[in-house]
Design a protein around this ligand. Structure first.
Ligand code: MEV
Length: 329
């Protein structure tokens, strides 16, 4: 049994604008997906995904997810649980000299699915690391990030940025601009995350922003404004200026709201965190529902988020400086 884990992430700044070549700063958080892999020689792949907030189920399939539709969970949840793993295993097999024909895979994740915290990237990264190591090959992190990016791109029909997979592989704070990704120095960043129990549809939200940008100059200008804000944010990260970071997070949320990707529940949680003394708060990820990230020290923010009618889970998660890593079996 070979075990790897990889962290989820929040966007400190720059989601959506990153799709148009503006920079973004995702940060890894101390919430992980853990994947256990055992190679098999009988051509069967068996995936156990009990903790993917899918009410616990086991999927057994050969070669691809399509071969096994006979399971009593909605198709999109089945694809969510197995699609990334399927392609990640394929990428892992292509990267080693002597690939296995099947695998036993077990996944445990502390990262809610589809909620803007990079759960699919973390699962893809940890799967590739565990599977390649299980087949006797240790890949450098840059290669794992590349294979995980290809996995997301394939599963998401060509719609993926490198942000999530690079951040999950490397850990820490990351600056992404187009295909250029690098770690940046960052201070301690105590995050509090509020989750409304929902999940925005990333493809639809990205398409909505694209239409808005084509139709209205203000939307194109808003995207450029987010890019400028990210550049200011990068300097604030390097200076370790938490107050300024919080201020810029608030501006970033306002600009995302102008692009139509916030929601009542996200706004409510953002304001609850700000009223409770957060340095700043914003939605994270594609929006439409899912998570907000607040910068600030703990208990008061947690209490304030829990007290809202819309928050189903609130938790603290520091910046995680570790990316993908081997775990004891
Ligand atoms: C989604 O987590 C982030 C977006 O910027 C889309 C992307 O970068 O692929 C909305």
């Amino acid at each position: 049994m070979t075990v790897s884990s990889a962290p989820g992430k929040v966007y400190l700044f720059g989601e959506h604008a990153v799709v148009y070549g503006e920079p973004a700063i995702p940060c890894a958080i101390q919430r992980r997906a853990t994947v256990r892999v055992d190679p098999r020689s009988d051509g069967v792949t068996r995936v156990e995904a009990g903790d993917l907030t899918l009410d616990g189920f086991t999927v057994e399939y050969t070669q691809s997810v399509e071969d096994h539709p006979e399971i009593d969970v909605p198709e999109h949840l089945l694809s969510a649980a197995t699609g990334y793993i399927d392609v990640a295993l394929e990428q892992a097999c292509n990267a080693v000299a002597d690939p296995a024909t099947g695998f036993d895979v077990a996944i445990e994740s502390e990262i809610p699915l589809g909620a803007g915290l990079g759960s699919s990237a973390a699962v893809a990264v940890a799967t590739i690391d565990a599977a390649t190591r299980a087949m006797g090959t240790e890949l450098p992190p840059e290669r794992i990030a590349e294979l995980a990016y290809r996995t997301e791109r394939e599963v998401q029909d060509g719609q993926a940025s490198r942000a999530d997979t690079f951040c999950s592989t490397m850990g820490g704070a990351v600056r992404v601009e187009g295909d250029e990704c690098r770690n940046i120095e960052a201070p301690e960043l105590p995050f509090v995350i509020g989750f409304d129990g929902g999940a925005g549809e990333t493809g639809e939200l990205v398409a909505g922003v694209r239409k808005l940008r084509e139709r209205f100059d203000f939307a194109a200008e808003t995207i450029r404004a987010i890019g400028n804000l990210v550049r200011a944010g990068e300097r604030a990260v390097e200076r370790g200026d938490r107050r300024e970071l919080g201020r810029l997070m608030n501006f970033n949320h306002g600009l995302l709201e102008a692009l139509g990707v916030s929601s009542y529940t996200l706004d409510e949680m953002v304001w609850a965190a700000r009223r409770a003394g957060a340095d700043g708060a914003k939605l994270t990820g594609a929006g439409g529902g899912g998570c907000i990230v607040a910068l600030g020290d703990g208990e008061q923010l947690l209490t304030a988020l829990d007290a809202t009618a819309v928050c189903v889970d609130a938790f603290q998660a520091e910046l995680d400086r570790n990316g993908v890593r081997a775990e004891g079996a």
